[in-house]
Design a protein around this ligand. Sequence first.
Ligand SMILES: Cc1cc2nc3c(=O)[nH]c(=O)nc-3n(C[C@H](O)[C@H](O)[C@H](O)COP(=O)(O)OP(=O)(O)OC[C@H]3O[C@@H](n4cnc5c(N)ncnc54)[C@H](O)[C@@H]3O)c2cc1C
Length: 456
Amino acid sequence: MYDIIIIGAGTAGISAYKEAIKYTSNILIINDGPWDTTCARVGCMPSKVLISTANRMYDIEHANEVGLNIKSELDTSHVMQHVRELRDRFTRATLKDVDSWNPKHKINGRAKFINKHTIEVNGQLYSSKSFIIAVGSTPNYEAVWKEKLGNKLITSDEIFELETLPKSIAVIGSGVIAIELAQAMQRLGVETTVFARSKKVGVLSSPRLQQIAQVELSKDLNIKFEILPTSVESTQNSIKLNFIENAESKHIYVDYVLAATGRQSHLKTLNLENINSSFSDLKKLPLDNETKQLLDLPIFIIGDAFTQTPLQHEAANEGKLVISSCLNFPKVSNLKQLTPLGIVFSNPEMAIIGSNYSNLSKLGIEFITGYASYEKQGRALVLGKNKGAIEVYIDKNSRKLLGAELFVESAEHMAHLLAWMIAENVTIDDILQKPFYHPTLEEGLRTAFKHARRQL
Ligand SMILES: Cc1cc2nc3c(=O)[nH]c(=O)nc-3n(C[C@H](O)[C@H](O)[C@H](O)COP(=O)(O)OP(=O)(O)OC[C@H]3O[C@@H](n4cnc5c(N)ncnc54)[C@H](O)[C@@H]3O)c2cc1C
C-alpha cells in the first residue's frame, strides 16, 4: 500500500510529487497523456508567446502614438513556428524535471477508482492510504459542430499547432481564453469575429469597468455580444456561420472556428461513483472548498479538476500544501491561503485582486469604491497607452483594502502590489503613506485611493 497516489501530472500533480518526495518515496504518480502540463503545452505559455508577438506588432503599427512614423513591412509567416519553438523550450524544462524522477514512481495510463482505497491503471490495481486527484480539465466544444467541421473546429488544444496564421477565424466565447486569443489573432492580421453569449468580456465584475472594457476592446475587435451562430456549414474552402443580428439573418465565412466556451473537468474519467454512489453527480461533489478534501476521506481534489479559480499558481500551491494533509491524515489543512489574484492578458490587461466588486456587493459589505481613469494619466499618456480605468474597494469601517479591479496597461504588476498589500491587511491610510514615484502608472493607484479616502 502506497502512502500517496497522485492522479494527474499537470502543474498541481507535479507540484504535489515534488513536495511529497521530500518526506516519502512510497509514492506513485499516474498520468494519462503527455507529462509536460496543460500550462506549458497548450495553456499559459504558448498563449502568452502569441499575445506578446501580437502586441509587439500592434505597437509597431501604432508607433505614431509615441511620435514615430514607421514604414514597416511585417511578415507574419513565422509567428506560429516561433510560438512552438518557445513553447517547446518551456515543455522541455518540465519534461527534464519529470525525467529525473525515479521511474518506479511513474505510470503512464488512465486511472479509475475501484473503491476508496484502490485504483486501476492499465489493468493493474494499486492501493494507497491517500489519493491526490489532479486530473485538470479539457476544452468544451459542440460535438455536432465537430462532426460537421472536423479539424476546422479547433480549441486551445489545437490552435498552437496551426502551421500558419489563418486569414479569418470565428471565436465562440468571450471569457478569458477567448478574449486573449481573439485579440492576439486580430492584432496579427487575422480577420476575427467573436460571438459572445452574454454582454461580458473577460473577468471584470464591476459594471463600470466592464462597460469600459467592452467599448475599448470592441474598437479593435468585432465582438458580437449576445449573438451565437445558429448553425454552421462546411463549404468547399471555408466555413459558413449563420446567425441573427438585429432581427436579420446573416452569415460570415471563416477559415476556422475556435471554440472557447469554457472547460470541463476530467473527473468523469475516474469512476468516482465506485467510492460512493452519490459521487456520480460531479457538480455536487461534497468537496471542502478550503481543504479540498472529498467528504471525510483521505482523498483530495486539487488544481483545475474542481475549482472556481482555474489558475496555474493556485494549482501549484495546492499541490504543495496538500501533502501535509495526506501524510498527517485525519489532520487536514486549508489549501486556499493565497489572496485571490487573476490576470487576463488582454490589452489593456484586466486583473481582479482580493474581493471583487460583485462579491462585495452580494455579501452586503459596506465598502467605498475609489476610481481612476487612465485616459489622461501622465505616465499612460507618455507611453501611448492611455486607456482603461481602475477601481479599489475599501472597507467603510476598518478602512482596509478589500480588493480591486483593473483594466489598464501593465495591470499584471499593479495587481501583484495590490494582492501583497491585501495580504498584509493594510488600510488606505497606510497605503497613501507609501512612496509613489513620478511619473509612473502607480500614481493612478494613488488617485484611486485618494478618491476613496475623500468619500470615507
Ligand atoms: C489557453 C489557456 C491559457 C491559460 N493561461 C493561463 C495564465 O495565463 N495564467 C494562469 O494562471 N493559468 C492559465 N491557464 C490555466 C492553467 O493552465 C491551469 O490552471 C493549470 O494548467 C491547471 O493545472 P492542473 O494540474 O490542474 O491540470 P493539468 O495541467 O491539465 O494536468 C492534468 C493532468 O491529468 C491527466 N489526467 C486526466 N485524467 C486522468 C486520469 N483519469 N488518470 C490519469 N491522468 C489523468 C491529464 O492528461 C493531464 O496530464 C490557461 C489555460 C489555458 C487552456
